[in-house]
Design a protein around this ligand. Structure first.
Ligand code: ARG
Length: 606
């Protein structure tokens, strides 16, 4: 899955503006706020020798409410009083087309960007990077930080024949976001679904299948049928220990590669994957590769165990082997059972080794619930102890619990129950407004998309590690910070073109008189739009989708505050009306980009 490099940006900083030096790590052709920051850094560096522009640049932060950028002077550890330092900067400062003014407040300097320059450059950059890219795809917000580097992102990873629980749902949602995010940052991304497709439960199912299995039911819905069998045979095993013994014997045959014992299992696996693929597609999510615990080679695991034994890390416990990680406060962990079969931990050790051999990744991310923190820490540590240099490039992206998810029909066990419930609750919600409802073209599909948006936004709205309570009514309401609210904001922005056909075709922003955008509400939107490339970079550092969600809400709120004053329809001055329309269309494009990054399909109508 090699990715072509990001092409040259179709946007460049206009030559009529004051020239600025280049600063490493910045790219005004993709984030034009970089230029404003460079201008500020230059002003300060010129005034406060021996500071360099690069040094100051690191200290140019976004300002609080009402300020564009703020610099805290003490961070430079210069001799002299802060007030004197500030005065030197103020004396030297000359307003220009980048920076309009600077004010001094205690240890801080606040800088205000020239509004006309902001309007012009930001809207122009968004337009160019949305419609004029070499890739023919929208690129605003993208960067080339990961160029030439490969990342493997493993996520979702449900267990065949067991239920798909909210933990898997979170992994799916967060993992899909990370895959999009790394792509947007220039990485070559390989997404993996590591199925729980191996282990004693398959011995149980094999035993159960003889009693309860139906070929037809299997073909209709493999996931559902296998779980039914699993539940029944588990109940049998409770009553009759013989069932478990038979199951263990069966699984041992599978581990030994007995074709006869593997035959059915292969079909189960394949049909389950087919079903999963359909469901993921409805969520707008896909995987480059379906792998699984079954795919980890026995030789790899044997060799790893041998090596661990030689290193003196293995101790015997009643016929089983375990690795002692007490020195690292990671306890003792079994790596081979008494009957010689492998277990979850061993497979993860072997799996990582094989993935490195095959893909030579620069980074590998596991998106797994924080309940498995210890497990991941254990196998990362084992790989490190084994001397694999790449072990330091393994990363666990964890997340908290989801509480109380059930549907109106009961407990959730399948992914498609979640999807269907989201669609149907949303559908009911929409039907409450008869008038609006009748105007919707395809209410079923629309309800599905908005419902899924609600689920995803609720999941990504807060820091990953927080637990949250699943609440259908709250997440699917059009009021408050919800998925439906964001879709509504996007739809409203999309309606502007339909409602103002007399202004179309709208020329590119560079051909418009954007100086007419003078309202503070308009400025707020423009500035926010300009921050989007930074929001993406921050998300890459934190692996937090909430940064993108927060941005989408801030933008939507700013738009709704502008809606009444910064009007398009009814504005007599055509120049003004067009500039405003360009502003809203840029907002639509950026909100759309943010939603797509979150794996959500932005809607044009509802
Ligand atoms: N299938 C596992 C479960 O449902 C999650 C797998 C996580 N990934 C891993 N490499 N261990 O608990």
């Amino acid at each position: 899955a090699n990715r072509p490099k990001l092409g040259p940006s179709p946007f460049s900083v206009p030559a009529d503006l004051p020239k600025l030096p280049e600063v490493p790590g910045t790219d005004p052709t993709r984030c034009v706020l970089d230029s404003f920051r460079i201008s500020i850094a230059k002003t300060i560096a010129d005034a406060l020798e021996p500071l360099t522009i690069e040094q100051v640049y690191q200290g140019v932060d976004y300002g609080k409410k009402g300020e564009d950028f703020t610099v805290a002077l003490p961070r430079f550890r210069l001799p002299g009083k802060v007030d004197e330092l500030a005065k030197k900067v103020l004396d030297k400062f000359q307003p220009d087309d980048w920076i309009e003014s600077v004010t001094h407040d205690r240890a801080f300097l606040h800088f205000k960007c020239r509004t006309t320059t902001l309007n012009r450059l930001i809207l122009d950059q968004i337009h160019a990077l949305t419609y004029d890219t070499e890739s023919k795809k929208p690129e605003y917000g993208s960067n080339d930080l990961g160029e030439g580097k490969r990342v493997i992102i493993e996520y979702s990873s449900p267990n065949i024949a067991k239920s798909f629980h909210v933990g898997h749902l979170r992994s799916t949602i967060i993992g899909a976001f990370l895959a999009n995010l790394y792509k947007a940052c220039g990485w070559d991304v390989l997404s993996l679904n590591y199925l729980g497709d191996w282990g004693t439960q398959f011995g149980l199912i094999a035993v159960g299948f003889e009693k309860y299995g139906s070929q037809q039911a299997l073909e209709e819905n493999a996931i559902k049928h296998l779980l039914e069998i699993y539940v029944k045979v588990n109940a049998d095993a409770e009553k009759d220990p013989k069932v478990r013994e038979d199951a263990a014997a069966w699984f041992k045959r599978m581990e030994d590669g007995d074709e006869e014992a593997l035959k059915n299992w292969r079909v189960w696996r394949e049909l389950s994957i087919k079903k999963y693929e359909e469901e993921y597609a409805r969520l707008n999510i896909h995987f480059d590769e379906y792998t699984g615990e079954s795919k980890v080679g026995a030789q790899t695991m044997d060799a790893a165990l041998k090596k661990l034994q030689e290193m003196g890390l293995i101790e015997e416990d009643n016929g089983a082997l375990r690795v002692n990680l007490e020195k690292y406060k990671l306890g003792k962990a079994v790596v081979r059972k008494r009957d010689g079969t492998s277990i979850y931990l061993t497979r993860d050790i072997g799996g990582a080794i094989e993935r490195y051999e095959k893909y030579k990744f620069d980074k590998m991310i596991y998106v797994v619930a924080s309940q498995q923190d210890l497990h991941l820490a254990q196998f990362f540590k084992v790989l490190e102890l084994m001397g694999y240099d790449w072990a330091k490039n393994l990363e666990h992206v964890n997340y908290g619990l989801v509480l109380g998810m059930s549907t109106r029909k009961g407990t959730v066990v399948f992914l498609d129950q979640i999807i269907r419930e989201a669609a149907s609750v949303m559908h009911d919600q929409m039907r409450k407004n008869e008038e609006k409802y009748s105007a919707i073209e395809d209410p079923e599909q629309t309800a599905l998309e908005i419902g899924i948006t609600g689920v995803k936004i609720q999941d990504m709205a807060a820091k990953r590690i927080n637990n949250y309570t699943f609440n259908w009514d709250r997440m699917l309401s059009f009021e408050g910070d919800t998925g439906p609210y964001l879709q509504y904001a996007h739809v409203r922005l999309s309606s502007i073109e339909r409602k103002n056909p007399e202004l179309l075709p709208l020329p590119a922003p560079s051909q418009l008189n954007l100086a007419t955008l003078v309202e503070p509400q308009a400025r707020e939107i423009v500035f926010l739009l300009g921050t989007y490339p930074d929001v993406v970079k921050t998300a890459l550092k934190t692996h937090e989708p909430s940064g993108i969600v927060t941005f989408a809400f801030r933008l939507s709120h700013a738009i709704s505050s502008a809606w009444e004053t910064v009007i398009v329809k009814g504005e007599q001055d055509r120049e003004k009306a067009k500039a405003r329309m360009a502003l809203y269309l840029s907002a639509r494009d950026v909100l759309g980009a943010a939603l797509r990054l979150l794996s959500i399909k932005p809607l044009e109508r509802m």
